[in-house]
Structures are given as structure tokens and as C-alpha cells.
Design a protein around this ligand. Structure first.
Ligand SMILES: C[S@@+](CC[C@H](N)C(=O)[O-])C[C@H]1O[C@@H](n2cnc3c(N)ncnc32)[C@H](O)[C@@H]1O
Length: 206
């Protein structure tokens, strides 16, 4: 199965378009496991215990992994199908995490400066590029000063989307002013189908 999706709206996906994927059991982006680079960040102590948010969580393999490690995890998705699936997975695994059905861009003030870690996994590439400034604003708003955005950003090398192509320049452009770039390199231990296409980023909120 490829990672390519069809843009049903011409202007990125609406919530109903994402929901259709869950209704149809068609999630080509889903790795079926936590992405290996996040496991390594945890093992190396580069993600440390605290409060984590996972926006656009989907079925939330990362949510389960980090909640199981004892982190206080909040997962957010706009598609009810993702929320239901993740709640079921967590229940079956006996793992606790908060799963919120919401639009990431409209998270209320209760989330402001709340999180130590913001986990990006195939969400930045899922939104239309014209929303990227909003994404950076929201990430900055909900992270504590000194909090870290740990992300795998997807360089598809393709036109259109989702997934929309993300380059290192895109990351520097949107995060360079208000985040300190602690690490930004092509990931050398991505899953096979994304090898050479992911930027591993650690961005510290100023
Ligand atoms: C490509 S999927 C990635 C899911 C998951 N992160 C993964 O890697 O398996 C993108 C997810 O973002 C969700 N999403 C899209 N727009 C959103 C928004 N504005 N707020 C919250 N979730 C959103 C979709 O419903 C979908 O579950």
C-alpha cells in the first residue's frame, strides 16, 4: 500500500475526508507500530518523562508506547474514527491516556503552555501547507517554554497531497524564529518505506 492519498477537496482534507479513511479501514499512513526513531529517542533519554501531546494521533501507536512508559499523554484527532480506535487499543492494552476529539488548531486555553513534549508523526504533512503557520503558532502556544517538539517530518518529494512535501527549509522557515533547532537531520533509521524521506527534528520552544 502506498503512502499516497487523493486530495478530495483540492485544498487539503476536511475532517469528513479523514473520517472516510477510518470508515473504509484504509489508513495507508499507519505503520502498525511506534516509529523506530521515537523508540530510540526514548532509549537515549532525548525524550524524557513529562506531559506529552500527540496531535493528529490516528490509531496512536506512539500514544500507547509513551503512555506505557509512564508519560502523561494527551492525544488529539479530528476524526471520530481515530479517537474510537485509539480508545479501544488503549483499553485492550490496559494503558491510560487522554484521547480528545478536537481540531488541533482550536485547542482551548486549557492546553496553553501545558506540554513538555509535542510529538509530530505524519501530521504536519497531512495538513494543507497554508495551515503551517497556524500549526507553528499552536505548537508554540501549547508547549511550555523549554518544551520540545520531537518530530518526523515527511519529505515526499512529490507535488500535491496529502501527504504534502516537507523540506528542511520548510521546518526552518516555520519554526526557526520561536524554536531553537536542537537537531535537524535526515533520519537514518526510518521504517523501510520512508527511508531517506524523513527529517528527524528536535525543536525547543523558546
Ligand atoms: C496521516 S494521518 C497520521 C496519523 C498518525 N499520526 C500516524 O502517523 O499514524 C493524519 C491524522 O491527522 C488527523 N487530523 C487531520 N487534521 C486534523 C486537525 N485539524 N486536528 C486534529 N487532527 C487532525 C486525521 O484525522 C488523521 O488521523
Amino acid at each position: 500500500m502506498s503512502d499516497e492519498l487523493t486530495d478530495l477537496t483540492g485544498d487539503g482534507y476536511a475532517a469528513a475526508d479523514w473520517q472516510k479513511h477510518y470508515d473504509d479501514n484504509d489508513m495507508p499512513w499507519d505503520l502498525g507500530e511506534v516509529a523506530p526513531p521515537f523508540v530510540r529517542l526514548w532509549e537515549e533519554g532525548r525524550i524524557t518523562p513529562g506531559r506529552m501531546i500527540v496531535p493528529g494521533c490516528g490509531q496512536g501507536h506512539e500514544v500507547k508506547f509513551f503512555a506505557d512508559k509512564g508519560m502523561d499523554v494527551t492525544a488529539v484527532d479530528v476524526a471520530p474514527g481515530a479517537v474510537e480506535r485509539l480508545r479501544t487499543h488503549l483499553k485492550n492494552a490496559g494503558v491510560d491516556a487522554r484521547v480528545v476529539h478536537a481540531d488541533f488548531f482550536s485547542l482551548n486555553g486549557k492546553h496553553d503552555a501545558r506540554y513538555d513534549v509535542f510529538l509530530e508523526q505524519t501530521f504536519f504533512c497531512a495538513i494543507h501547507p497554508h495551515r503551517r503557520a497556524d500549526y507553528a503558532d499552536t505548537a508554540h502556544r501549547i508547549l511550555k517554554p523549554g518544551g520540545v517538539l520531537a518530530g518526523l517530518f515527511y519529505e515526499t518529494g512529490e507535488q500535491g497531497g496529502p501527504p504534502f512535501n516537507t523540506t528542511a527549509d520548510d521546518i526552518l522557515h516555520h519554526f526557526g524564529d520561536r524554536f531553537t533547532i536542537r537537531h535537524l537531520e535526515k533520519c537514518d533509521h526510518s521504517v523501510e518505506r520512508r527511508q531517506g524521506k524523513e527529517w528527524l527534528a528536535l525543536l525547543e520552544r523558546k
